[in-house]
Design a protein. Structure first.
Length: 127
């Protein structure tokens, strides 16, 4: 995956940001919604595209309204999309099934014995 190509393919939508900021926030469209079309992307190889489609779907979306500047929010949203794509492209190492060790089995049985003993001691005395 080429980050520059991904950044070039991101489409933006702008709207007014919520939260504090006074007249600046009420008058300027600083909230940024970044959209990345996975199915039409030339930045991803065929195998990468399949992985991302399976994990994130056909459109990856990120919203940024953290800063007062639209430019800075664009950078944040693009960075978030790239981070989502990187996470989706990570290959997980398959889990190797293992058996519990002898010590862990003994600890488990010991804990069960102690719990049973505690419950037995809580019972009222038999008459």
């Amino acid at each position: 995956m080429n980050e520059e190509l991904v950044a070039a393919e991101v489409a933006f939508r702008f709207s007014r940001s919520s939260g504090p900021g006074g007249q600046h926030a009420q008058k300027s469209s600083t909230r940024v919604e970044a959209l990345f079309d996975v199915a039409e992307s030339a930045a991803l190889s065929v195998s990468e595209r399949e992985r991302v489609l399976a994990k994130l779907g056909p459109v990856v979306r990120a919203i940024a309204q953290d800063e007062r500047s639209q430019l800075r929010n664009r950078e944040l949203a693009t960075g978030r999309i790239v981070a989502q794509l990187k996470e989706a492209l990570k290959r997980r190492r398959p889990r190797t099934a293992t058996k519990p060790t002898l010590a862990s089995r003994e600890r488990r049985l010991d804990t069960k014995r102690k719990a049973g003993e505690t419950k037995r001691l809580r019972r009222p005395p038999a008459e």
